[in-house]
Design a protein around this ligand. Structure first.
Ligand SMILES: [Zn+2]
Length: 178
């Protein structure tokens, strides 16, 4: 689950830094019946503000009123939603860095108290599409080292319908037999 907004990767035109942070603020500009809206991001090095396009010359009547309300209220939850929208990222040519902006919630440690020989089925749910290595999640969640997790995969004791190497950003399940 996210713990804060991710870092936005984009080149700063003032200082050439490549890291920005959203502060949950928006700018909305209405010109006659046409509307533009941006989510504001600040350069982490020089503080310069950049605008990421959310709406471009949209007819006011075609914009959902609750979306406009949330932008006028500077809803930080909306900034998070928009940054996770692939269309917004593509349009603004930005990428996200989620390092330090998420945590794993295992719902306690009861699952660690099991006998050798037991098999456990675990489902992993993503509260946001954060690309992470499943090996890292499983190691942290099951109290194992990453090397142990890799070994269990190789030995067929850790199985999943998805590829556990590389990164994932969506829900998956796995079975661990020990
Ligand atoms: Zn800058």
């Amino acid at each position: 689950m996210p713990t804060c907004l991710p870092t936005v990767l984009r080149r700063c035109h003032t200082c050439a830094s490549e890291r920005f942070r959203a502060n949950g603020k928006f700018r909305v500009n209405a010109n006659h019946k046409l509307l533009d809206a941006w989510v504001l991001v600040l350069c982490t090095a020089c503080g310069d503000t950049a605008k990421l396009t959310v709406l471009e010359r949209m007819n006011v009547r075609s914009v959902r009123p609750e979306l406009l309300d949330r932008m006028h209220d500077n809803d930080p939850g909306l900034a998070a939603e928009l940054l996770q929208d692939p269309a917004v990222r593509c349009r603004n040519r930005i990428a996200l860095d989620w390092a330090g902006a998420w945590r794993l919630d295992t719902g306690g440690s009861d699952h660690l108290d099991r006998e050798v020989g037991d098999a456990i089925d675990v489902s992993v749910r993503f509260a946001a599409r954060i690309p992470v290595r499943p090996v890292r999640l499983i190691a942290e969640g099951c109290g194992l080292s990453r090397a142990e997790v890799e070994r269990l995969i190789t030995e067929g004791k850790l199985v999943s319908a998805v590829r556990l190497s590389g990164k994932l950003s969506g829900d998956f399940t796995f079975t661990l037999k020990r």
